[in-house]
Design a binder for this molecule. Sequence first.
Ligand SMILES: Cc1ncc(COP(=O)(O)OP(=O)(O)O)c(N)n1
Ligand SMILES: Cc1nc(C(=O)O)sc1CCOP(=O)(O)O
Ligand SMILES: [Mg+2]
Length: 335
Amino acid sequence: MLSKTYINRVIDANRNRCIEGLRVVEDYLRFIKNDLTNSSTIRNIRHEISRILDFDMIGERDVKSDIGKNNFHSPYTEMDQVLRANLSRIKESLRVLEEFTRYIDTSISDQIMNIRFGFYEIEKRLLSNKDLEKIYILADIDLAKNESDLFEGLKILSDNNVRLVQLRAKKFSTKKFYELGEKIIEFFPHFKLIINDKVEVALALESYGVHVGEDELPFNVTRKLMGNKVVGATVHNVEDLRLSQVAKVDYIGVGAIYPSTTKPDCQLNGVEFLKKIRALTTTFIYAIGGINSKNARKVFDAGADGICVGSGFWYAKDRVEEIKRLIHISNEEEN
Ligand SMILES: Cc1ncc(COP(=O)(O)OP(=O)(O)O)c(N)n1
Ligand SMILES: Cc1nc(C(=O)O)sc1CCOP(=O)(O)O
Ligand SMILES: [Mg+2]
């Protein structure tokens, strides 16, 4: 039988190691990468660990006799080594915490196990170099008055540092769609352009990614074809979610949150559905459907990582104001 004192010492040391590692990753993402989304995800895990392991073990601390206290690390030469090293530190300490809390309370151990599994997903995301942003604009050709209006809208997005844009042109032939995509990439090479529906166009344009729903190629086939590019999948029900997880998509589009004039026949799932999906996955969620600056806050509060906005931007009285408001709301959520 292991002595409680020794178990508590292990738990105390690893709780601190874990929380310190999380803090380093959180600040790295926040201040170096300017990645507020992932930084706040890490902060939530840090708070969760503090909450779960909220019992006093300080009495068991014995720094003097800790034979590991003089371990030193070699200096980092690349900034992302800080990230990698601390991600490993967090994973290892979570594993130790899971094993040793089992001697004290199996429900604590189970909670830590769940955090550990969720953390693997987050780690994959952080190391994948796929920066998903909080604001994702649906550039639907039917929402703009004409092509020049589309480019004016895109210019506003570019000027306001919005980078993630989905090109949607339901009535266009494949060729016309491809040519429009080519032009957008030429004018806005810094955009992360996601192509709606057509995997062949995404591949031909070497775009940032593709978004597929139930009428397109299956999610897993899309993943195979797109390799390491971004794949987004629509989730309208739990079975879609399952398929999206099997296919290891990069994000899911969850909707329709509010009635959408852009897609009037779309199944209205609402904020409660968003909450339900949030509870089932750590995959990046874009909420979609009728989102604008008036309701965006509620959507973030319900657990969305980002928002995909169509008419809210394109039909706004003042597009510049609207995008600024959306950006403000998405940043405000962090504080
Ligand atoms: C971010 C995002 N989420 C959902 C959708 C809807 O895609 P889909 O279900 O394939 O419907 P269409 O856009 O093809 O009508 C989306 N486009 N983007
Ligand atoms: C393309 C699309 N898909 C949806 C879904 O829920 O699957 S809602 C939607 C339209 C989004 O545009 P707007 O912001 O104008 O409502
Ligand atoms: Mg589609």
